[in-house]
Design a protein around this ligand. Structure first.
Ligand SMILES: [Ca+2]
Ligand SMILES: [Ca+2]
Ligand SMILES: [Zn+2]
Length: 487
């Protein structure tokens, strides 16, 4: 039989799937218990078996992990609990041989080859690239049903529904669409949950698109080459991709954030974050056949950090998600994630630059990138710190300064708390930190006897005008009672 046009042999993928299968073995009973799909056959133990051959409509000849129950093979993943694929009734497909699909449009078993393949690739991408365990972060995924809905796939909250219902039509379960829908499950199972509203919904749709791009990149299947478009293999209505992450405006979606984004529609509101992810991963001019990406504000040229690092930072962003998730929160969380993962270097700078480029500005307390340098500062001391004087006499003290951090700065000296009739002078009145000055206090006859605390303050001219002060205890003595003059 002539293979369908989409079918290609992919030996490299077969090897990687086999390696994965060998390293991901979990007890069959655990896999069974975690699945929410009813077993198709009378309950029987799943047994570890070699990966199955699959013949997908979009993905060509692939290997998928299936189970064995009694004499039958089942489209239920023995290594990734919860993943399974079946028809509208939710029962995983079963077969007497472990060879699935025929590559043709409209064949439900073929649809399940593509869907299960995509789910398994996404699971492995989450594990090996992003460090997440399963779709829900707790080692569990969710089943899929094909031929069960019309229009693009949807996430129901408990299973992935893939259409169409009409027989004979190509199914909608491409790598990016399946990964997008399970991406909703990832979004739902990170802190803050699903949320509501257009802005939050847009960030959720974007999460799906980002996981789609990551999954295509991880699978690296030549039948559905990695890209940053959504649904390009579907080509619904002959209109090409549903969304363009590198330039959302190609489909009429906003490239950058504005007040109108929260009033748009959730898939449109995904535009700015999708665009951010592309700029972060690939930059403005990645070359190598990858599309250029425009910016709305800031520097016109950005350099990407690669999709794996961008994916890790995005996963870290979702793990910092809170309820009522908004674009400003996403920027702050992604900066924190980048610093936690990679420090304050290139990645931190790239995260910020990409957000700025899509018109999501920094919050007031955004952490700084780059090497943190303490601002210039100084210290100030007086010696001696006390003295006695009669009115009309002077006392002096030396003001010592020192540069404690950063470069030296000009420190201007003032005195406060002077008793009545007492003057203070500094010579010089300003020093470069590290230098010294002489303070001269001169009480006069107008100064009542007593003990006073004079405060000497130095004000620096560095950023923030740092000030430091020291005190001098001045005791003004009483003049001796005048000797009566002779008359
Ligand atoms: Ca693709
Ligand atoms: Ca795609
Ligand atoms: Zn969606």
């Amino acid at each position: 039989m002539t293979p369908p046009t989409k079918t290609k042999v992919l030996p490299a993928l077969a090897v990687s799937a086999a390696v994965v299968a060998a390293t991901l073995t979990v007890p069959a009973s655990a896999a069974s218990a975690a699945s929410s799909v009813r077993p198709a056959a009378p309950a029987a133990q799943s047994a570890a078996i070699p990966p199955a051959n699959g013949h997908g409509y979009y993905n060509g000849h692939v290997t998928i992990d299936t189970s064995r129950q009694g004499k039958l093979y089942v489209m239920k993943d023995p290594n990734r609990p919860g993943l399974a694929c079946g028809g509208p009734d939710g029962r995983p497909f079963t077969k007497s041989i472990n060879d699935w699909g025929n590559g043709s449009a409209g064949n439900l078993e073929t649809a399940c080859v593509d869907v299960l393949y995509a789910a398994q690739k996404e699971w492995d991408m989450l594990r090996y690239w992003l460090g997440r365990s399963g779709i829900n972060g707790q080692g569990t995924g969710y089943p899929a049903r094909v031929g069960v809905t019309d229009g693009p796939p949807s996430w129901t909250g408990s299973y992935l529904a893939v259409g169409p219902k009409q027989p004979g039509r190509p199914h909608y379960g491409t790598l990016d669409m399946v990964a997008h829908e399970y991406g909703h499950a990832i979004f739902d199972t990170t802190p803050g949950g699903t949320g509501s509203g257009i802005e939050t919904g847009g960030l959720a749709e974007s999460a799906g698109d980002i996981f789609g791009a990551l999954t295509e990149a991880f699978a690296n299947n030549p039948n559905d080459p990695p890209d940053y478009t959504v649904g390009e293999e579907l080509n619904l209505n002959g209109n090409g991709p549903l969304r363009y992450m590198y330039n959302p405006s190609l489909n009429g979606d906003p490239n950058c954030f504005s007040a109108s984004v929260p009033r748009s529609e959730v898939h449109q509101a995904a535009g700015p974050q999708n665009h951010w992810f592309y700029l972060l991963a690939e930059g403005t001019n990645p070359g190598g056949g990858k599309p250029n990406s425009p910016v709305c504000t800031g520097p016109s040229s950005l350099t990407g950090i690669g999709i794996q690092k961008a994916g890790k930072i995005f996963m870290g962003t979702l793990l910092r998600k809170t309820s009522g998730w908004k674009y400003t929160g996403a920027r702050a969380a992604s900066v924190s994630a980048a610093i936690a993962l990679y420090g304050r270097g290139t990645e931190c700078e790239a995260v910020k630059a990409a957000w700025t480029a899509v018109n999501v500005p920094a919050g007031v307390n955004e952490p700084v990138c780059g090497i943190v340098i303490d601002p210039p500062d100084f210290s100030l001391a007086l010696n001696p710190s006390s003295g006695n004087a009669l009115p009309g006499q002077t006392v002096s003290s030396t003001v010592y300064t020192s540069a404690t951090t950063g470069t030296p700065q000009t420190v201007t000296l003032t005195a406060s708390g002077l008793p009545p009739g007492t003057t203070a002078s500094f010579s010089p009145s300003a020093v470069t930190s590290g230098g010294q000055s002489t303070l001269v206090l001169t009480p006069t006859i107008a100064t009542p006897a007593g003990t006073y605390t004079v405060t000497v303050t130095g004000t620096g001219n560095a950023t923030g005008d740092p000030t430091h002060s020291a005190t001098y205890t001045l005791t003004v003595q009483s003049l001796p009672t005048p000797t009566p003059s002779s008359r």
